[in-house]
Ligand binder design. Structure first.
Ligand code: NI
Length: 138
């Protein structure tokens, strides 16, 4: 952080009322923190769109009994070992597994990795949480 600045924002009263209602619902105690978070979210979206270094997590749900599925997921993860920080595997029940794959690297590579995992036959659900290394958002 390189010093604090203050600026005024002009808003239509309807928009302001809706924003304040959302802030209250989300638990913000003031507008400044909410606006900071919106700005950070925008900067993070720009990091992803602009091919910058990013961090995040891929979450997979799959049935480990599906033929070749686990081998295929392993092969892909080994191909992207430079981007995978850690993997946590949870046995949800007799059939279903939840895997959390922490990732870091150029956004393009992370997106390719997430897409490759998502399309493996037998993966029931896959999400990519697009976050940040945290270096450029304060
Ligand atoms: Ni499992």
């Amino acid at each position: 952080m390189s010093g604090l600045i203050r600026f005024g924002v002009s808003l239509d009263s309807d928009l302001s009322r809706k924003f304040d209602a959302r802030l209250k619902k989300k638990g913000y105690t003031n507008r400044s923190e909410a606006i900071r978070d919106l700005i950070r979210q925008d900067l993070i979206e720009e990091e992803w769109a602009g091919g910058k270094e990013v961090a995040g997590a891929v979450i997979l749900i799959y049935d480990h009994h599906k033929r070749d599925l686990v081998d295929r997921l392993m092969d892909i993860q080994h191909d992207f070992s430079a981007n995978i920080i850690s993997t946590q595997h949870v046995h949800l029940d007799h059939d279903n597994c939840l895997e959390i794959i922490a990732v870091k690297g150029l956004s393009k590579n992370i997106q390719i990795l997430a897409d490759a995992l998502k399309v493996v036959k037998g993966v029931k659900h896959a999400t990519l949480s697009m976050s940040t290394t945290g270096k450029n958002i304060d």
